[in-house]
Each structure stands twice: as C-alpha cells, then as structure tokens.
Design a protein around this ligand. Structure first.
Ligand code: 47U
Length: 329
C-alpha cells in the first residue's frame, strides 16, 4: 500500500502541518523526522494550555485502549518539552491505518507548543530507539506501516510558502527530476544522520573540506539549518553588517545586505545548494533580518531543517537505511 498527505506551512515556513485521524478524531500534526514520539494535545491539559488547539479526547474514541502506568517525557534540542500518559488507538494517515498505534497524550507542555495554536501535536518519523515511552518504548507510525508498504520508504516534498506532500510507500517520479543523491544513514542516535564533510559559500564557491564538522540530521520538525559555529561564522563573515545578536537569538543582518549562496555536503558525494534568497528567513522590523542559517550552539550535530529541505525532494529509505535528495520536478 501507499499513502499521500498534504504538508501545509505555518508562517515563515516555520513548520508544516498534516491531517491525521486518531480514533475518529481529526487533528493536524507536525511530522518530525528529528524525533520518535507521536503526541497530541489532549483534554487532560489545563484549558489555558489547550485553548485554540484541537484536543484528542480518548473517552470519545471507540477504539482507544489505555496503556496503564505508562508515561512519556520528551525534551527537544531547542529546550521545548512535553510529558503525559499513553494509550493505543487507530491512526490513519492518507488512507493507511495502524490499528494499535501508541498515542501519547500531553498533560504538560512548554510554552512554545502552547503558543503555536495551529499545531495539535507531533508525529515522530525518527527511529524508535529514541521514543520516550516508559516502561517500554513504542514504534513510530512509519515503523508500524513499513512491512505493509509497497516500498519501505517515505518522502518529504515540502514547499516554500505552499502546500507540499508526504508520501509513504512510494518514490513518486512526478515529484522530482534528475537523480536522487543518496547517502547511508547511521540511525544509532535515533536520527536520520549522515556525514557532512564539506560546505560551500557562494553560488560559485569552492567546496571547503570540513573534517571536523559534526554529522548532520535531516529534520523536518526544525525550521532552520543549525550549523557548527565555525561554518556559520564563515558564512556571515561574507555578509556586510551581519552580527550575532543574543537578544534576537542568533545571526542578524541588514535586510539590504546581499546574501551569498550556501551549500552543504550530503554525505561525500553531493552538495545541496541554497541561493542567498533561500537563506533569508525573517524580517524582524527596523530593517533587521534574521537568517535561516544559525548556530547549533556546539551541540555536536548539525540540523538540516525546513530552510534546506523545502528546496528539495527528500527520500527517507527505512529499508536501505539511506537518505537522498533530488531536485524538485
Ligand atoms: C536544536 C536541536 N538540537 N537537536 C539535537 C535537535 C534535534 C534540535 C532541533 C529541535 O529541537 N527540533 C525540534 C524542536 C521541537 C519540536 C520538534 N523538533
């Protein structure tokens, strides 16, 4: 079987939301290849936290069964967090159903999630070695459907300021052109992780070897591209008037500045390029702009988020444990 579902952008393409049905209830979730928990806003949240969100109510689902005593608690790399209880229910995405999917009900959330009222929760598409359910971690939606898919893959075709597509079980040749450039992934940390041994500054720049660069992860649930400090500093050194502004939380520059292109190696065989315009992320007002390339704060992993992924067709191959990028159709 195969499934296809839309991915609708929030403002600034900060995240992409997709329709999911859980126990007959329709929610919009952020598909996140950088984590492995499926959690939803639930009616056990204080109403001050759930105001504006669709909440899942297990008592209204005919197929919900509690996983009694089980709990979950997740802390994301950006400092946001969530905790709650667990059950199993029927989860359907694009017509494909997992009858007993672990569904994590949030009863406590950090502010960033509460404020984002278009988002009713996250659906992890990482590896379940980092699922946070205790006493026994549970599989992701993708891991559960993989055996029944025509191909053990899913693809992300996110768009800049437009609705895109997640596809499960097929690599739709109508969505990309030219070759798919694959690199093997190391899933031992739970991420779609690969090496990124060089980078390129300027659309015609030479690629700079970076033997000390941290490995990278493909992360649909992160807005920006978060890079090692020496890489991101080398980039903004080429932008007139750029500076790191702690109050704004990163690298800013005059909106009038011309931004060079930027490319990152996807494994050792391919460099994914962005134009200067692709790197521009947000105007903060007063002629100050915020870049889509920011520091990973020395976390030892580079996060290739939506600022990069929305310019490519991305293949997550769970069978061959590889990640690939192609030019969009
Ligand atoms: C900043 C960062 N460090 N590390 C290791 C990762 C994976 C990130 C990105 C991150 O936290 N993304 C995120 C945040 C909230 C919800 C979903 N995804």
């Amino acid at each position: 079987e195969t499934a296809q579902v839309t991915a609708s952008p929030e403002q600034n393409d900060s995240e992409y939301l997709s329709p999911v049905t859980i126990g007959g209830q329709a929610l919009t979730l952020d598909f996140d290849t950088g984590s492995a928990d499926l959690w939803v806003f639930s009616n056990s949240l204080p109403s001050s936290d759930s105001a504006g969100h669709v909440t899942f109510d297990p008592s209204k689902s005919p197929t919900f069964t509690p996983y009694s005593g089980a709990t979950w608690q997740i802390a994301y790399g950006d400092g946001s967090s969530a905790t709650g209880s667990v059950g199993f229910d029927s989860v359907t995405i694009g017509g494909v159903t997992v009858a007993h999917q672990a569904v994590e009900l949030a009863d406590n959330l950090s502010g960033a999630f509460v404020q984002d009222t278009q988002n009713d929760g996250l659906l992890g598409l990482g590896f379940s070695t980092i699922n946070t359910i205790q006493p026994q971690r549970q599989k992701t939606f993708f891991e559960n459907i993989m055996p029944s898919l025509a191909l053990p893959v899913f693809t992300a075709n996110l768009q800049a300021d437009a609705s895109g597509t997640y596809t499960f079980g097929a690599i739709d040749t109508a969505q990309y052109s030219g070759p798919i450039h694959y690199t093997p992934i190391d899933s031992s940390a739970g991420f779609w992780q690969f090496t990124s041994p060089s980078y390129t500054i300027g659309s015609n720049g030479a690629s700079v070897p970076c033997t000390t660069c941290s490995p990278a992860i493909a992360d649909t649930g992160t807005s920006l591209v978060l890079l090692d400090d020496d890489v991101v500093s080398a980039y903004y050194a080429q932008v007139n008037g750029a500076s790191q502004d702690q109050s704004q939380g990163g690298w800013v520059f005059p909106c009038s500045a011309s931004l060079p292109g930027f490319g990152v190696a996807i494994g050792s065989g391919y460099t994914a390029m962005l134009t200067g315009q692709d790197v521009m992320y947000e105007s903060l007002g007063g002629g100050v702009c915020y870049g889509g390339l920011q520091s990973n704060a020395g976390q030892g992993v580079q996060i290739f988020g939506d600022v990069l992924l929305r310019h490519y067709f991305a293949v997550f191959d769970g069978g061959a444990k590889r990640f690939g990028l192609a030019k969009k159709a």
